[in-house]
Write a protein that binds this ligand. Structure first.
Ligand SMILES: Cc1ncc(COP(=O)(O)O)c(C=O)c1O
Length: 383
């Protein structure tokens, strides 16, 4: 390892949302950003950019689109057309705008990322939320999958957008080609546009990521894919994202509805170029570290807390764990915060039940500390 992910850095001095208002002594594993310092290449790009004391309106340089197109070609072995790209300041506001590219209702599966669920509603749309299927495999691995029978039963004549999250926050699934084909078939049957949020697409442990628009012709012509370097490269506070919209009419509608979104700022542009162009080796080490964190956490939860239920994380740095057997039936995150001084997101934000979401993009020593505190609190409660 040439990069250091083990050192615990003080994030409070940057106004980090994760640490804001968290009393000393409590350990947060909440909002989905990482506790790691950025790659040196990103720091250099930002220092170089700020060293020119010129921060006026600017067009992104040619390397902006180019670095992303080349990253895509390198990663997926296929190319994107430059005109398909719509640069964005971030994905959250774009999730709301995407709901306006059609006039009817939206449908999605839950649990799902809270801002993906609130986006359509903020745009004044009705959202049909369909629970996923919780499955236990023969080798005792727990995971979620699409419940197409329920989706078929829930979809209405006037539904015209499907929201997909892949890799899926919070349940950690990386969908297979067959599953994504089923999503495309479902969308075709009901004439839906698919809005695919792929921000976690570089944090992968078990299988490759398949961009939704590459699944088939229908998917290409009826989809809006969002992706961004924020999660992977630890720069979500700088902002910057891309929409990939191959269909010209859909793209124009999105751009018209999203006029007020704006574009990435000068520093976002500099950081994104460096992330997509210069950070492959850093990312490789990051993902290796996160894979070890994933394995460590899943093994330790199994060993220390045999009554807990946890889904297996295939991608994202998020664990989805049910500690209800230890905490009782109320909100688990509240019990754990009180009794163990460890902070997690509760299930409610995701329209889920009886789980906490554990962001494990943190130095391993912090995971150990949290596991020890949980064990102590659960032992105390059982006495
Ligand atoms: C699935 C998903 N989409 C989008 C975002 C946020 O995107 P952005 O920071 O570009 O607004 C997050 C952050 O947690 C996320 O998990």
């Amino acid at each position: 390892m040439s990069y250091d992910f083990d050192t615990i850095v003080d994030r409070r001095i940057t106004g980090s949302i994760k640490y804001a208002n968290v009393p000393e002594g409590q350990l947060p594993f909440t909002i989905a950003d990482s506790d790691f310092l950025v790659a040196p290449a990103i720091q250099k790009a930002l220092v170089d950019r700020t060293s020119y004391r010129l921060y006026g309106y600017a067009r992104p340089p040619r390397e902006f689109n180019e670095s992303f197109l080349q990253w895509f070609a390198r990663t997926y072995n296929q190319s994107l057309r430059e005109e398909w790209l719509v640069p964005l300041p971030g994905i959250v506001p774009a999730l709301a705008v995407a709901a306006k590219v059609r006039d009817g209702k939206c449908i999605t599966n839950v649990p799902n990322y809270g801002m993906l669920l609130s986006g359509p509603k903020r745009a004044g749309k009705e959202l049909i939320a369909v629970p996923m299927k919780y499955t236990v495999s023969d080798d005792n691995i727990e995971y979620y999958e699409f419940d197409f029978a329920r989706l078929e039963a829930a979809v209405t004549e006037d539904t015209d957008i499907f929201y997909l999250c892949n890799p899926h926050n919070p349940v950690g699934r990386v969908y297979t080609r067959e599953e994504l084909q089923q999503v495309s078939d479902f969308a075709r049957r009901h004439n839906l546009v698919v809005v695919s949020d792929e921000i976690h697409c570089e944090i992968l442990f078990d299988r490759a990521h398949i961009p939704f628009h590459t699944v088939d012709d229908y998917a290409r012509e009826h989809s809006i894919t969002f992706t961004a370097p924020g999660k992977t490269y630890s720069i979500p506070g700088i902002g910057g994202a891309f929409a990939i919209i191959p269909n010209a009419e859909l793209r124009e509608r999105f751009q018209a509805e999203g006029y007020a979104l704006g574009r990435p700022n000068a520093f976002g542009v500099a950081a994104m170029i460096a992330a997509y162009r210069d950070c492959d080796d850093w990312k490789q080490e990051l993902v290796a570290y996160l894979r070890e964190n994933r394995d460590y956490l899943e093994n330790e939860v199994r060993r220390r807390f045999p009554k807990a239920r946890q889904t297996h994380t295939q991608g994202t740095y998020l664990g989805w764990i049910d500690f209800g057997a230890y905490t009782g039936s109320g909100p688990q995150e509240k019990w754990i915060a009180r009794q163990a001084q460890v902070l997690f997101h509760g299930a409610e934000f995701f329209y889920g039940e009886q789980h906490i979401r554990w962001n494990f993009a943190a130095p391993r020593a912090l995971l150990t500390e949290a596991l020890d505190r949980l064990q102590e609190a659960f032992d105390r409660a059982e006495k």
